[in-house]
Write a protein that binds this ligand. Sequence first.
Ligand SMILES: *[C@@H]1O[C@H](CO)[C@@H](O)[C@H](O)[C@H]1NC(C)=O
Length: 400
Amino acid sequence: MGKRGSVLSQFQNFDAYAKTLDDFRIKTYYGAALTILSTIIIITLLWSEFNEYRVTEIKPELVVDKSRKEKLTINLNITFPKVPCYLLSVDVMDVAGETQNDLTHDIYKTRLDADGTQIHIEKATDIGDPTKDIVKIVNSTDPGGENYCGSCYGASPPESGCCNTCDEVREAYIHSGWSFNNPDDIEQCVREGWKDKVAEQSKEGCNVAGSVRVNKVAGNFHLAPGKSFQQNHVHVHDLQPFLSDGVQHDFTHEIHHLSFGPKVDGVINPLDGVGGAVTKGHYMFQYFLKVVSTHFYFLNETVIYTNQYSVTQFERDLTGKDHTHSHNHNHMSGLPGVFFNYEISPMLIINREESKSFTHFLTGVCAIVGGIFTVAGILDGFIYNAEKTFKKKVELGKHL
Ligand SMILES: *[C@@H]1O[C@H](CO)[C@@H](O)[C@H](O)[C@H]1NC(C)=O
């Protein structure tokens, strides 16, 4: 027993928290106040520490992008209040040589009346299909009997060999590289009242929205007037209707949305809500974008591949330059419209969501509790000593 007792008392020597006898302890009112105060401070600090622990953080990491053969999705939603849909074409070109003329893949053109109200929505079908807004209205009045085969007026005919509608003639003209500027001479167009339809729509605006998948290489896409076609391997636009249909069109636009990939919180698209205003028809807006791949790895195992971009913006007044009806804009010279040139950054940003370490949280808790009590203890001792000195002085004063 004695031996065990001595072992225990040896062990007790390790106690760093030797207690004083209760009899020697004095409880003071300011000590109580300090205790309550420090408890409140501790609780507040612990609460904020806990909140901070709960919040996950996104850790970015920059590496070289090693992906190959990827596609890039461009999502866009742009409104042109002064260009009717039938005049607007969307084209995408990339340095790999792929051109998608008059893109209608997943792009919707919505006609807007002069107040900007939606007229009707139509999903334009695949490239090359002449099912455009204006054709839809017109087709219903197509009288074409079974054996009817309209002349293409010398232009290269479509697959069927006939140009039965005004738009087929128009298409044929464009494929031959001719400008379509005299619908009055074309029987199909007169019969369909093409000119009236165009006049009726020429004051409208157009909203272009949708998404396009392109090769992940540098390229450009543009929204420009007139049908576009390849002529001697050069991409040209038929500007005739845009410049000379008696209505002043211009490329005032508002970009509601432009992004390269799925939406993720925290990725800001700098062009959303940006617009350009102009009152001249011959005016060019250019946006130069640098696209940076960004991958997100979230704690719940979802992975999102998206892109961020930065942008610089230029405008050019083309008034006074010669305007023949077709322009070569491989050299980016003088075509009115809105152009987006994009480049792909070689760097990839990996954003990993991480939770905070629990041991770190525990360390924080100990630091708060220990720290506050120590400070309170020092303060308490200070007040106690000050009070003692003060009392002594008062007592001395009495004796004098
Ligand atoms: C395009 O943006 C406009 C304005 O924000 C919105 O009303 C419209 O629904 C959008 N269109 C598409 C297809 O998202």
